[in-house]
Design a protein around this ligand. Structure first.
Ligand code: GLN
Length: 495
């Protein structure tokens, strides 16, 4: 069996027709993972995989299987799995064992998925290269001298190397889509509120969203269908029409719920291309060429392409680097060395706090806590934080207006292909620029998907590139429809 190229859909068919057992599948994947240990994609391979395999096989034998039953999945290390360590790749939580399942974990567990292990990430999801992990960098399977992207670099590398059939990540400013693009796999950042954040270690709560990595758009859809859903434990959970006793905020507020409720998916026809935004400073000409070729191919498929102006999205990074650290500083205040995680003894209580946080957190996390505390402090709150909150509305509005004319917006996922390990680690501003195309999506809360769009040659390596499709709130169906078209065309034409 070729575990590297096997999709979830294909594995499902082999499992339910009994042409393959769950054990055979999982053992094949574990063998690949063992051979790819030098990537440092996994922080831990779980010791109860066999027990999980038995549960899944029984579900299949009893005729209770779902699309995810028996499917080996990699989980980012900030998603709680009861009884397992969830460290967020931080020394602070190195020995923290989860006491409950995250909502997404429970959904996957109930569906019979097999959790293979937990994957490396930038500490507390802060970063775009997985170099900020307290447990070493993860390498890109396409070129081991390069980063896999981040912060969900371990999940992307695990999947791309064939060490899982699907993976979960989290995306606050691009952490699913950017590593998906760098590793040549599909990555979906769902609509804010469609996948519960309960049981996921928070970074910036108004931006965080969990989502799937998969080899194909269809597989991403299968995982998304499994993990989405209303959850009363997350006050921002909002999947209209997903639960029989679900009352959407629209209904509660007396608005027309039909606007949100899942209707027969409308096939997208018009793609908006924000040429000026896409041609931002620092975008690799090879990325632009690949993007233009992709758009030409979409035209041949019958899509109408419209030029749109999204100039205000250029402010996305500035807004993000005020809002995000503000939320980070508040979310991470709980790690004080008393209630959670790493503790260092100091001369007095204040010294305990300072030493525990100073030693437990890495440099990037401390930088963001400082920035966040600064922008929230009295005197600067109005100058920075309030302005960023107001500017966030402008980005939301810009996209809302754009979606009156187009069904989907397309951009490259990243301005460059995967960079070398160490290349940007001493220059945080350069690193932050890697998210120029992904960050506005989180600011607005809309869904977006990154799909492999070809390769560029660098020495001996072929480095993957990705195209990003963005849809209006709850427009995942449109992303899947266009994504499948694009993928098929890519397969046919092999650009
Ligand atoms: N790279 C971005 C950052 O460093 C995004 C991180 C994320 O999405 N978790 O904040």
């Amino acid at each position: 069996m070729d575990a590297k190229n096997l999709t979830i859909k294909q594995a499902h068919e082999l499992l339910i027709s009994k042409k393959m057992s769950v054990l055979e599948l999982v053992e094949a994947v574990l063998k690949v993972a063992d051979g790819a240990r030098d990537l440092n994609a996994y922080l831990e391979i779980f010791d109860d995989v066999r027990e999980q395999v038995e549960v899944a096989q029984k579900m299949i034998d009893d005729g209770r299987s779902t699309m995810m039953t028996g499917i080996p999945i990699a989980m980012k290390d900030n998603i709680l799995i009861k009884g397992k360590i969830a460290s967020a790749s931080s020394k602070m939580l190195e020995n923290y064992t989860a006491t409950y399942d995250a909502f997404v974990t429970k959904k996957l567990r109930d569906a019979g998925a097999v959790f293979i292990g937990r994957t490396n990430m930038d500490e507390f999801a802060m970063g775009g290269s997985t170099e900020n992990s307290a447990f070493g960098v993860t390498k890109n399977p396409h070129d081991k001298t390069r980063v896999p992207g981040g912060s969900s670099g371990g999940s992307a590398a695990a999947l791309a190397s064939g060490s899982a059939l699907g993976a979960l990540g989290t995306d606050t400013g691009g952490s699913i889509r950017q590593p998906a693009a760098f590793c040549g796999v599909v990555g979906l950042k769902p609509t804010y509120g469609s996948v519960s954040r309960s049981g996921i270690i928070a970074m910036a709560s108004s931006l965080d969203q969990a989502g799937p990595f998969a080899k194909t758009v269809e597989d991403a859809e299968i995982i998304f269908d499994c993990i989405k859903g209303y959850d009363p434990m997350d006050s921002t959970s909002e999947p209209a029409g997903e639960s029989p006793d679900f009352v959407s905020s629209d209904e509660r507020l007396g608005r027309n719920p039909d606007n949100l409720a899942k209707k027969e998916p409308k096939k997208p026809k018009v793609i908006g291309v924000p040429t000026e935004f896409v041609n931002a400073k620092g975008v690799d000409p090879r990325v632009l060429k690949n993007f233009e070729e992709s758009i030409e191919k979409m035209k041949k498929l019958g899509y109408e392409v419209k030029e749109i102006n999204l100039a205000s999205l250029k402010q996305g990074l500035s807004i993000y680097y005020i809002l995000m650290p503000a939320e980070v500083s508040s979310n991470l205040a709980r790690f004080d060395g008393v209630r959670y995680g790493y503790h260092a003894n100091g001369a007095n209580l204040l010294d305990d706090y300072m030493r525990s946080r100073g030693e437990g957190f890495g440099g990037e996390v401390r930088r963001r806590i400082l920035l966040g505390t600064y922008v929230l402090s009295s005197g600067y709150y109005d100058a920075y934080y309030s302005k960023a909150v107001a500017a966030r509305e402008v980005i939301k509005k810009t996209l809302e207006v754009a979606f009156r004319d187009v069904d989907i917006i397309a951009t490259p996922t990243t301005p460059t292909p995967a960079f070398r390990i160490g290349e940007k680690s001493s220059d945080p501003l350069q690193m932050y620029l890697a998210d120029i195309f992904t960050v506005p999506v989180n600011i607005a809360g809309v869904p977006a998907i990154s799909i492999p769009s070809g390769f560029v040659e660098e020495g001996d390596a072929l480095l993957p590139l990705g195209i990003q499709f963005i849809a209006p709130h709850f427009g995942e169906d449109a992303l899947f429809a266009t994504g499948k078209d694009f993928e098929k065309m890519l397969g046919d034409n092999n650009i």
